[in-house]
Structures are given as C-alpha cells and as structure tokens.
Design a protein around this ligand. Structure first.
Ligand SMILES: N[C@@H](CCC(=O)N[C@@H](CS)C(=O)NCC(=O)O)C(=O)O
Length: 197
C-alpha cells in the first residue's frame, strides 16, 4: 500500500492521476501546506523535509519530488506500461523527460512567472519560450512526449499545461490544446479529479 501525502489542487493532484493510471493500491493522507497566497500552514503530519507535497511512503521508504515519484512508481508498477523499463529503447528519453520537467521546465515556468531572466550559459535551464518550442515540436510529432505511447512524463507535463494553458505566460496553441484535451479525457485523469478534494 502506498500512502500519498496530498493537498487539494496542488502538485500532488497529478500523483493521484498517476496512481490511477497505474492501478496501484494507495491511500491519500490529506495534509496542510503553505500556499502562495499566504493561506495554509506547515503540517507536522507531512513527512516531506520541506513541508511540501507530493510525498509518498512505500515499503517504509519516503519518496518525494514529482519526477522521482513518477520514475519510482512506474518501475514499481510496470503492468500498465506507462514507464518504459530498463532495456526498452525509450527508457533513456523517458528519464530525460522526467529530469527535464524538474530541472528545466519548472524553473523556466517559475522564472517567467517571476519575471526573472536566467543568465544564458550559467543557469541550468533555458527561458520558457525556448523550452516550450522544444516541447511543442516534440508534441507536434507526438502525439505524446515519447511518440505514440502515453507515459508518466505526460502526467507531469500534461497536468501542468492543463492548469496553466491560456495564462499570459502559456498562450494557447492548437498543438498544446489538443495535447491537454488528450490528457484530461483519460479515464484515470477524470477519476483522479473526482478524488482531488
Ligand atoms: N519540486 C517539487 C515541488 C513541490 C511543491 O513545491 N509543492 C507545493 C504545492 S504545489 C508545496 O507543497 N508548497 C508548500 C511549501 O512550499 O511549503 C515537486 O515537483 O514535487
């Protein structure tokens, strides 16, 4: 049994989606978090070292960071085939997309949002426009990040785009709109949304 430490409508919502895709046995422990608008509070019931979500506990081990959780869970529950296993030729690209999400996409998003300009050559990520051009070109060839096959990398990117598409920093394009539609129409996404309270 996996325990997911979750706060409604946050980055842990996508882990409910992932767990539903995997048909993994899980329980949700709802915890409080400090929100960007100043609401919420640190919750001692949350085992995350920084009081964040998502975090999971499985077989006594604490796992946090969305990309690590995605890699861990798709390895632990390979049956539904949404995380290429070692030996699969898409394993390398899969891990690349997970790391790219955490190391490039999120910092690019946040620096755009905070109106920061990452210095070329020394920041570990690129500006949002450059990252999005790459993602969009991949999805255009797609329909998913790994090509024909949906993966947990799409859970990370798809959930983020579903939330922010149409905001000034993430303009709608036919490619992104179609991708988000493919993601949010998935039965596992719909089940997860119903549980996200
Ligand atoms: N890099 C982390 C980010 C986790 C994160 O920042 N979660 C937010 C909710 S969307 C949070 O828990 N914030 C509370 C806080 O920063 O104290 C991941 O992707 O798992």
């Amino acid at each position: 049994m996996i325990t997911l430490f979750h706060s409604p409508r946050s980055r842990s919502s996508r882990i409910i989606w992932l767990l539903e895709e995997l048909a993994a046995p899980y329980e949700i422990k709802q915890v409080n978090i400090r929100r960007g608008d100043g609401s919420g509070a640190l919750d001692t019931a949350d085992p995350h070292p920084h009081g964040k979500v998502p975090a999971i506990i499985h077989d006594g081990a604490l796992i946090f960071e969305s990309a690590a959780i995605a890699a861990y869970l798709t390895d632990a529950f390979p049956k539904n085939g949404i995380g290429p296993i070692v030996g699969d030729k898409t394993r390398g690209p899969y891990l690349t997309w997970l790391a790219y999400y955490a190391g490039v996409m999120e910092p690019a998003f946040m620096s755009k949002f905070m109106k920061l300009d990452p210095p070329r050559g020394s920041a570990g990520w690129v500006v949002m426009e450059e990252a999005m051009a790459y993602v969009a070109a991949t999805l255009e060839a797609g329909p998913y990040l790994l090509g024909e096959k949906f993966s947990a990398a799409d859970v990370l990117f798809g959930s983020t785009f579903a939330l922010f598409l149409g905001q000034p920093f993430l303009p709608k394009t036919p490619v992104l709109e179609a991708y988000v539609k493919r993601c949010v129409e998935r039965p596992a996404y719909i089940r997860a949304t119903a549980k996200d309270s």
